[in-house]
Design a protein around this ligand. Structure first.
Ligand SMILES: [Zn+2]
Ligand SMILES: [Zn+2]
Length: 378
């Protein structure tokens, strides 16, 4: 297996680059290595995938933080388990779908055919971390293109003077036959005479300039399911902008959920990861620690005697709800040895007397190193 390249290196950006820089770098590399531009080039395809993966991680604040902290999964004693990060689903559709206007047009410079569907909209909505546990009902106010109030969508100050477009018979679209070699193809496009509106407006409305549409605010209610994570997009069909052409379908609204950080948990899908700083005696003698938890019941961490710093304690069934199931993930507690930075004279004395009893780490150092290695290798 070849070593995974550093995600920042893949995108050619520095560790502290902004989200904007990362997006810019991704777009330019995705354009360069896109399979449609490099047909039958497996090297480019590999690069393209690598770039997508790097972007999927670095564009998601939670994943980026985890990557910055733990690096690639599967390295040594990663607390994410042998499988590493599970399934970051990457496709250009996910990255740019819906609200982001046609990356493909930017890729290939093709002029987009005017579509009769209304605009897709994307809204980011931030929720508290607790929503990942409980789910919630949310309401947002969005600005979307809707029928103009002044002219009731007619586009005219005097609606009775509005005429049906003769070129398209009011349908807003025209059909023509295109000849392609031996084939003829039916092509549908917006009517050029009325720009797809299906009507001719002699006395345009002052408020909307004859468009019959204006930006208006609108309240949208939606349900956030338990187990949701940052970056997920909820699709609200038909809640986007109204269509500019007669009888066109409205666009969709995508609500991208952004979640506040928990004060100590990091997420790995439905598992919750945390570090627990404990003292030498907690590890050596064992200890029981109780924490308040997101499900309202105390979380009890049982540290068994003889634990090592870096050991992970898995508490099953106390993580976040697993979507589409009644089960919950685990809480993974990584034990961290917390050594006080400053010691009083008395403390120093006591510690050095413990050292006298247990023996200093400098005795038999090679033997200790060997033991550590065999423990680590299992
Ligand atoms: Zn027309
Ligand atoms: Zn109007």
């Amino acid at each position: 297996m070849t070593e995974k390249r550093d995600y920042y290196e893949v995108l050619g950006v520095s560790k502290n680059s902004s989200d904007g820089d990362i997006r810019k770098a991704f777009r330019s590399l995705a354009r360069k290595f896109h399979p449609d531009k490099n047909p039958n080039d497996s090297e480019a395809e590999k690069k393209f995938k690598e770039v997508q993966e790097a972007y999927a991680i670095l564009s998601n604040p939670e994943e980026r933080r985890k990557y910055d902290t733990f690096g690639h999964s599967g390295h040594g004693s990663s607390p994410f388990g042998p499988g590493g990060f599970q399934g970051v689903n990457i496709s250009l559709d996910d990255l740019f779908g819906g609200g982001f206007d046609g990356i493909f047009n930017q890729f290939f410079g093709s002029s987009r055919r005017r579509s009769s569907k209304g605009d897709d909209l994307i809204y980011r909505h931030t929720v508290p971390f607790q929503v990942a546990m409980d789910g919630s009902e949310e309401e947002i106010e969005i600005q979307a293109l809707r029928n103009c109030i002044e002219c009731d969508g007619s586009g005219s100050n005097s609606p009775d003077k509005v005429k049906i477009c003769p070129a398209c018979d009011g349908r807003g679209r025209v059909e023509r036959l295109e000849r392609l070699g031996p084939f003829t193809q039916r092509a549908v496009s917006d009517c050029p005479s009325c720009e797809g509106r299906g009507k001719i407006i002699p006395d345009p409305c002052n408020s909307c300039g004859g468009q019959g549409m204006s930006q208006q605010s609108k309240k949208v209610k939606f349900t956030v399911p338990p187990g949701i994570s940052s970056g997920v997009r909820l699709r609200m069909r038909g809640h986007g902008g109204a269509s500019r052409s007669e009888n066109g379908a409205p666009g969709d609204l995508y609500i991208e959920i952004e979640m506040h950080r928990h004060p100590w948990f990091e997420r790995d899908s439905s598992d919750l990861l945390m570090g627990l700083p404990v003292g030498f005696s907690d590890l050596a003698l064992g200890s029981k620690i109780e924490l308040s938890h997101i499900d309202g019941k105390p979380l009890v961490v049982n540290i068994s005697a003889g634990s090592q710093p870096g050991d992970t304690i898995e508490i099953k069934g106390r993580g976040l709800p697993i979507q589409g199931s009644s089960r919950r993930g685990s809480v993974m507690v990584v034990l961290k040895l917390d050594i006080p930075k400053k010691l009083s004279r008395d403390q120093k004395k006591t510690i050095s007397s413990i050292s006298d009893i247990l023996g200093s780490n400098l005795d038999n150092v090679e033997e200790r190193i060997r033991e550590e290695a065999s423990r680590r290798r299992g």
